[in-house]
Design a protein around this ligand. Structure first.
Ligand code: DGY
Length: 321
């Protein structure tokens, strides 16, 4: 039986059932979350009564939202990224913010490769051809794509996910060019070479983005950056949508300035620049980077570990402020 004095937790979105079950065992919930984003009213109401909150990247946790949280001790963000939260405001209000690093590295790296392979080898076009019963049989010139094996992979941002994407390139015998503040030692046999942002763009066949969204990285890939890429190159983005100027990307693709793009994230999710829809050389996923059962359960467990720590006056293991 839950004690009436046990901490109250606001959960912005319904999480996988094993996580919800563990939450209900230990805490009282302010209300029952659903699959839909909470909406501003529910968000503010929830934060105003809660001792702890689990939020996701779809909630804008700005100063106003944090002001409502007069008892709030912790926001456990159900994501590795935390650009949805005003960290300065949280700090001023002494609200701890935590994230879920490491556990989604492999899942996100896998999706990055799914996009890369799909756009290079025209997987979605082939799938549509078969599904629409339009395939009339093998043909020597049908849906010819780009080679992956042996081509150069460019990684912008060699953090945990960037490295995991680079490690997977070994199986494709791809040399890796990357941007980073310092040299990164390859964890697997392979040629990894640090280079400038411009060199990575100009010399890679696939450019994959793995930077967090900050003021410095917003529109990092703009018209100028796109103009430096090879006409035969592909852009892959599984980081954050606003890192790419979507209008500039759509323009480059329509002009044939680059060969294609594989996108999991968008500037104004769930909206997508209209010109990116319907282009055969663009593969679009609905922000699935961390979307495996194991990963999403583990992300929830990490949120719980952080909440358990903070409500029991222990340091949060994944504090970002
Ligand atoms: C993250 O954790 O930042 C991901 O984008 C969520 O899937």
């Amino acid at each position: 039986m839950m004690e009436a004095s046990s901490p109250l937790v606001f959960v912005a979105r319904r999480l996988p059932e094993p996580v919800m079950a563990r939450l209900r065992e230990r805490y009282r919930l302010t209300d029952e979350p659903s699959d839909e984003p909470p909406g501003r009213e529910r968000l503010i109401a929830g934060l105003s009564e809660a001792d702890a909150a689990i939020c996701t990247l779809t909630e804008r946790i700005d100063d106003d939202a944090l002001r409502a949280g007069c008892r709030l001790k912790i926001i456990a963000n159900y994501a590795v990224g935390f650009n949805n939260i005003d960290l300065d405001a949280a700090k001023r209000r002494r609200i701890i913010v935590t994230n879920t690093p490491d556990v989604l590295t492999d899942a996100t790296a896998d999706v990055t490769w799914a996009l890369l392979l799909a756009v290079a080898r025209r997987v979605t076009e082939g799938h549509a051809l078969v599904q629409q019963r339009s395939w009339s049989g093998w043909a020597p010139t049908q849906l010819l794509g780009a080679d992956v094996t042996g081509r150069t992979l460019g990684i912008i941002g060699m953090g945990r996910i960037g490295r995991a994407v680079a490690e997977r390139a070994a199986g494709f015998r791809m040399p890796v060019l990357y941007t980073a503040h310092q040299e990164v030692v390859p964890a697997v046999p392979g040629t990894w070479q640090r280079a400038s942002f411009e060199q990575v763009l100009a010399q890679s066949d696939f450019v994959s983005l793995h930077v967090p969204l900050t003021d410095e990285t917003r529109h990092l890939i703009d018209a100028r950056a796109l103009s430096l890429m090879r006409r035969s190159a592909f852009l892959i983005n599984s980081s954050r949508g606003p890192v790419v100027d979507e209008a500039a990307l759509a323009h480059s693709l329509k002009q044939g300035r680059i060969a294609g793009a594989g996108l999991d994230v968008y500037e104004r999710e769930p909206a997508i620049h209209h010109d990116l829809l319907g282009l055969p050389n663009v593969v679009t996923l609905p922000h699935l980077g961390s979307a495996t059962w194991r990963t999403r359960v583990r992300m929830g467990e990490i949120c719980l570990e952080n909440i358990d720590a903070v409500v029991n006056d222990r340091p949060a293991p994944n504090q970002v402020t």
